[in-house]
Design a protein around this ligand. Structure first.
Ligand code: NAD
Length: 434
């Protein structure tokens, strides 16, 4: 039951970001109602457990629920009525045209609207295109008859924590906050000071806060694309990209990123599209950002090219060859496979007639099967005609040449020493390495 007297904060979306946020506020002494449309998640949280695999989160949720400060519900309207601060942390994916899909944000705001009271504060943590607070969220909330900036506040503080280190980053990273007016900004600053030791950076308005997060992820995506392109040029020239990048990065004003099999996750591979979309609406083609996305999206194709070249050396066609994928998570040591480059890579190999199996110590077998690959243990993957390492999980960093029963190893992350493998007579290639 939602307890009206004690409740203060409602957090909409109990996912990778919303659940730790709710649990941190609850353990910080505030009464928090967690709202999720997924009843299974609600039940999980109310039983004192975290459905998300994230170091320390299970304990934190347990403590919060046990203390009576965290309660989950699927009744978003009741939660809004019972709270005076509502935080929105729902997904903001892209649709098939690479346009922002704000349906979850709109739906959460519709719940909030039905319980919105004077002096409430609505905080948006979801990553959103610039202008969303002013042009989409504000009109929904003002259907209440209350006026934003006068009767109630709006603030935006995009979350920038990294999976697998979420709790540390949420409590130590710098946090950017912008509000519809100074009062909204200051209220949000005061609130987040309860859970973070990190610097809080106040920006002028909602749109600036919205843009900061997109700039950060676009910076990373574009720089990864640059590293990937340099790696492909180095391959053609016979230069070891990693050696060259390490040398270049000794320059005081150079920091080239690391090439790899492509970019995944819920942020880097999506957020740049929000800038492309808004620029387009304003009549500007964001050419560099678009090209960077294309380069990164095409990296799985490049990895397939490496597989074909390698099998050629072994005089084997791709068709009917057994390919073992190591890692389907989009990055090391996480179970998150959203937008992972492993998915298109597996599809491209299957389309070419390969027999693909995959190992991942974190990602559930059902996800691997849904990509068309057979889930296997690491030893089985290492016995295939060609092994392709996609994810830099710690387990894979400990692979030695003796463990590989295959003749060919494509290591798309620079986590193993090529010379050790070549000395043992293996064909060893990487993105920008051979
Ligand atoms: N995961 C990350 O690493 C990360 C990092 C920084 C920022 N973000 C941003 O945070 C936001 C949330 O991402 P996430 O990774 O936590 O998503 P998630 O998919 O892990 O969780 C979102 C949760 O919201 C719930 N939900 C959907 N619609 C809802 C609604 N109308 N009302 C209530 N609950 C609803 C879903 O059932 C789900 O449990 C996104 O905008 C994302 O870009 C994510």
């Amino acid at each position: 039951m939602v307890n009206k007297e004690n409740s203060k904060i409602a957090v909409y979306g109990l996912g990778h970001i919303g659940l730790p946020t709710a649990a941190l506020f609850a353990n910080g002494g505030l009464y928090v109602i967690g709202v999720d449309i997924n009843k299974e998640i609600v039940d999980f949280v109310n039983s004192g457990r975290s459905p998300i695999l994230e170091p320390g989160l299970d304990e934190l949720v347990h403590e919060a629920v046990d203390s009576g400060n965290l309660y989950a519900t699927d009744d978003g309207v009741e939660a809004s009525k019972s709270s005076n601060i509502m935080i929105v942390v729902v997904p903001t994916p892209i649709d098939k045209y690479n346009q922002a899909d704000l349906s979850a944000v709109k739906s959460a705001c519709e719940y909030i609207l039905k319980g919105l009271n004077k002096d409430d504060l609505v905080i948006i943590e979801s990553t959103i295109p610039p202008g969303t607070c002013d042009h989409i969220i504000r009109p929904i909330l003002e259907k209440s008859g209350l006026k934003a900036g006068f009767d109630f506040g709006i603030a935006c503080t995009p979350e920038r924590a990294l999976p697998n280190n979420t709790l540390y980053e949420m409590t130590h990273n710098a946090r950017v906050i912008g509000g519809i007016n100074e009062e909204s900004t200051n209220r949000a600053v005061k609130l987040y000071q309860r859970i973070t030791e990190g610097e809080i950076i106040k920006v002028k308005d909602l749109m600036t806060a919205e843009m900061v997060k997109l700039m950060e992820n676009t910076y990373r995506d574009t720089n990864i694309a640059l590293a990937n392109e340099l790696a492909m040029v180095c391959e053609l020239l016979g230069i070891d990209t990693i050696e060259a990048i390490n040398a270049a990065n000794h320059h005081p004003r150079v920091s080239i990123h690391t090439p790899g099999p492509g970019v995944g996750g819920h942020c880097l591979s999506i957020d740049p599209y929000f800038i492309i979309e808004i620029a387009d609406k304003k009549g500007l083609e964001a050419r560099l950002i678009k090209t960077a996305r294309e380069v990164n999206q095409k990296m799985p194709e490049h990895v397939v090219k490496l597989v074909i070249e390698t099998l050629d050396e072994l005089r084997k066609p791709v068709k009917n060859s057994k390919i073992g994928i190591l890692g389907v998570a989009y990055k090391g040591n996480v179970a998150d496979a959203r937008e992972t480059p492993a998915k298109p890579l597996i599809k491209l190999l299957i389309d070419k007639g390969a027999d693909v199996c995959a190992n991942d110590p974190y990602v559930p077998d059902e996800i691997i099967k849904s990509y068309g690959a057979e889930p296997v243990d690491m030893d089985s993957a290492l016995k295939c005609d060609c092994v392709v390492l996609v994810t830099d999980h710690d387990q894979y960093r400990r692979i030695t040449p003796d463990m590989i029963k295959s003749k060919a190893f494509i290591c798309t992350r620079p986590i193993l020493n090529p010379h050790e493998f070549k000395e043992k007579g293996l064909i060893f290639k990487g993105v920008g390495r051979f």
